[in-house]
Ligand binder design. Structure first.
Ligand code: ADP
Ligand code: MG
Length: 757
């Protein structure tokens, strides 16, 4: 009896050679092959008639070959194919494709798919570079005809060249489905399927590949047929179920029940520099309630840039300190860790208890590290602030009570997990803060194992930041403006996408994917892996993702512009330079001088992106703004408008701005709502890019898509909670066992062994 777990090599039509190719695509079993879904469908039952076409739309058209020719133009060979339908005709054009010559014979029926463009010649329309398939003729065997014509036909991403293209997959998957009739085990309870109106698993798998006659094409294309929805739901359900179980298991562990008596409340009150917002009060209330409970806290504190997360975290840490425990704060970069360290010292100066605060980052010298580890180990350090070094430097805490992870959104689940694992017992409480707002859907899937507190309000007295786009030619006006602001005692940031000029291969920017072709054609950069520990994660994810375009595109760089500005337009001002290639001490000195107002204008790269807090800075100039991602722009803008004075964000653009770039810039000008911008960012880049890399802990989905399928994610979360809540008498023991076994499998596949279980 064939089973879903069978190795794909034994599937009819596959064999060892093809199996090796499939393995490269992550397809190892029959199940993997069945869950490789078509990405679109062609309606070959009711093909579109050419006179229904509209220029600009993307369509699939079936026609008869009327003629073809290879034209040698001066620039490149052009292949032209004319398809006819009665009186109408469609011209298809391919560039540089001489191999198409001789491929089409008059009278053949061909399906093409592409964007419809008006045509100047005798045909009504044309298509440039369409995808095509020659359809079987009368001599083809019955099975081929049945799979290729007169039906809604699935179109697949190729699994390896033209050999394993759609036609091959249709046949192999069809045969596999036939051979598995009655052999696909259900993995969801029957009553759940009935309640949600989903088909059983076998039916769903069949229909996502070979939709029943009459299925509306738009529904298929938007992945919203019952069969498609069932598979998407299934994938989300097992993710959410795993997260829910993890969350509950954690709650059952023994933790610390912190006391919050008057003494503790007074300790918090005496250091608080301002009245907390209602949102801050609510969030702190939720956090403290968790801390008082005898089980470990696992909570996510999310809020827009500037909503005041830091002070909430410090208050929570004070609760731990007052209870005689240590508290640790982990920041994503050295600059941030140092800033938190200074802020903590300033804040706790007022505390009557005078806790000992210790900084631990990778760049401290070894003696210093050893000393600090000792202090931490003997319990002489109360509040410990650091970077990754906190998990990497084998720190043994004496009495760790609370861990706060101030994370950049790419920090990810895995590291967090390691950190939580570290201390022995009792299990410390953990508070995760996101530096960037995350759309709820993503928060659910990525942080579904955490409880959520949201700061949905900014501290009072914030004046909205004025955001303007300025073309590069008008930079002089921008420098005038900066000078006037400095004359009023304010400070400014000027941010560049790359560190250095011509030889530079180290941009500090994750270029958005849509940028100019030149970016993609640029030769790959050497990836510098010096001192990886001290690096920020952002830099490496950026380097790994794209060949570094850097100055090859004629981008202005921080180093070069720092020189130019202080000798030219900003002469006479105190202009500082900050970028990721300075060592930690140098960065530290510059940041402190900027913070103390000894530097008027800080020329920088995105190292200042996250969290940096200088209330007197009122101007943020971003050059080549079209090249920055939305999350980055929003973070950068969040560096100003932190005090009472009116603040400005000036987005200076280069000469060419892509459509997506336009959309980003317009959004920045129109709104300051981080959640709205995050939504757009997610839509533009997709979840994978949004979060940087897979290491971010975001699962790879086989069927689901976090942007498209968000309602199903919510549904899956509810159903997972309901399932765990149980016991539901309508769910049989066998069904529960089925769910459990599928859960184990899917978590193993998604997360490997680290987090499975
Ligand atoms: P983020 O949420 O981006 O980390 P911060 O915690 O850095 O925000 O806070 C932003 C700024 O607002 C800081 O300068 C902080 O001191 C100030 N702030 C925070 N809460 C309040 C408040 N309730 N009233 C006034 N200022 C506040
Ligand atoms: Mg912060």
């Amino acid at each position: 009896m064939p089973a879903l777990g069978d190795q794909v090599q034994y599937v009819r039509g596959v064999g060892p050679t093809v199996a090796a190719l499939l393995a490269e695509k992550g397809i190892l079993t029959s199940e993997d092959l069945l869950y490789h879904l078509p990405f679109r469908f062609e309606d070959r039952q009711n093909p579109v008639s050419l006179d229904e076409l509209k220029p600009g739309e993307t369509a699939s058209v079936i026609g008869e070959v009327r003629g073809s020719a290879l034209l040698r133009t001066r620039r490149m060979p052009l292949f032209e194919l004319t398809l006819g339908q009665g009186r109408h005709a469609l011209k298809c054009v391919w560039f540089n494709s001489p191999y198409l010559q001789g491929k089409f014979l008059a009278g053949q029926i061909v399906a093409v798919y592409g964007k419809v463009e008006p045509s100047r010649s005798t045909t009504n329309f044309k298509m440039i570079q369409p995808q095509f398939e020659i359809l079987p003729d009368a001599t083809a065997d019955a099975e081929t005809k049945m799979l290729e014509v007169g039906r809604i036909t699935p179109v697949y991403e190729s699994l390896g060249g033209s050999r394993l293209a759609s036609r091959w997959q249709r046949r192999v998957i069809f045969n596999l489905l036939e051979s598995m009739r009655g052999a696909v085990p259900e993995c969801l309870p029957r009553t759940m399927l009935e309640r949600l109106g989903f088909p059983d698993r076998e039916t769903a798998l069949r229909e996502v590949h070979f939709p029943p006659e009459g299925t509306p094409l738009p529904q298929l294309q938007s992945f919203s047929t019952p069969a498609q929805r069932r598979l998407i739901f299934e994938e989300f359900f097992f993710l959410e179920l795993g997260l829910e179980l993890k969350r509950r298991r954690m709650k059952e562990r023994a933790g610390i029940a912190f006391a919050t008596n008057d003494k503790v409340r007074e300790a918090i009150r005496e250091v608080l520099p301002f009245h907390p917002t209602a949102a801050q009060k609510r969030a702190l209330g939720e956090i403290v309630a968790d801390m008082r409970a005898p089980n470990p806290m696992r909570r996510l504190l999310q809020g827009d840039v500037g909503s005041g997360k830091t002070i909430v975290a410090f208050q929570a840490m004070l609760v731990a300190l007052e209870n005689g425990y240590q508290a640790a704060l982990m920041a994503p970069t050295e600059i941030l860790a140092t800033q938190h360290y200074l802020a903590a010292r300033k804040l706790l100066e007022r505390s009557s208890r005078k806790p000992r605060i210790v900084l631990l980052t990778g760049s401290l010298d070894d003696d210093r590290k050893r000393t600090n580890r000792g202090l931490i180990n003997r319990g002489e350090a109360n509040l410990i602030i650091g970077t990754h070094a906190l998990i990497e430097e084998k720190v043994e805490f004496d009495r760790l009570g609370l861990v706060v992870v101030d994370e950049q959104h790419r920090f990810g689940v895995v590291q967090r997990f390691k950190l939580m694992k570290k201390p022995n017992q009792p299990e410390p409480d953990v508070l995760v803060m996101t530096a960037t707002p995350i759309p709820r859907t993503l928060a659910l899937s990525l942080y579904g194992d955490l409880d959520l507190s949201t700061l949905d309000e900014l501290p009072p007295g914030r004046v909205p930041i004025v955001t303007r786009r300025v073309p590069g030619e008008r930079a002089e006006e921008v420098w005038d403006f900066v000078r006037r602001q400095v004359a009023q005692g304010r400070q400014a940031y000027i941010v560049y996408p790359v560190i250095e000029g011509a030889k530079d291969d180290q941009p500090e920017l994750d270029f958005s994917r849509d940028e100019s072709a030149a970016a993609r054609l640029a030769p790959p950069a050497t990836v510098h892996k010096t001192k990886p520990k001290a690096k920020t994660t952002e830099l490496f994810t950026a380097l790994e993702r794209e060949p570094a375009p850097g100055a090859k595109l004629g981008l202005k760089s921080a180093v070069e512009m720092h020189e130019k500005l202080r000798n030219g337009p900003l002469a006479g001002l105190r202009v500082g330079l900050l970028h990721g290639r300075l060592d930690a001490d140098e960065k530290d000195v510059i940041m402190r001088r900027f913070q103390r107002g000894e530097i008027d204008v800080l020329v920088s790269t995105t190292v200042i992106e996250v969290g940096v807090d200088v209330a007197n800075a009122t101007v943020m100039v971003v050059e080549h703004a079209e090249r920055f991602g939305l999350a980055q722009l929003h973070q950068l803008r969040g560096r100003v408008g932190r005090g009472a004075p009116k603040s400005y964000c000036i987005l200076v653009t280069g000469d060419r701005v892509s459509d997506l770039g336009e959309e980003r810039l317009n959004a920045m000008v129109e709104t300051q709502d981080g959640f709205a911008l995050a939504e757009l960012d997610l839509r533009q880049r997709g979840p994978g890019e949004f979060f940087g890399t897979r290491q971010a802990g975001l699962p790879d989905f086989r069927v689901a898509n976090l942007v498209r399928d968000r309602q199903l994610l919510e549904l899956a979360k509810l159903e997972a909670a309901r399932f765990v809540e149980g016991p539901d008498p309508t769910v049989t023991e066998a069904e529960r066992a089925g769910v459990r076994s599928q859960l184990k499998q899917s978590w193993q596949r998604k997360y490997g062994l680290v987090e499975a279980g």
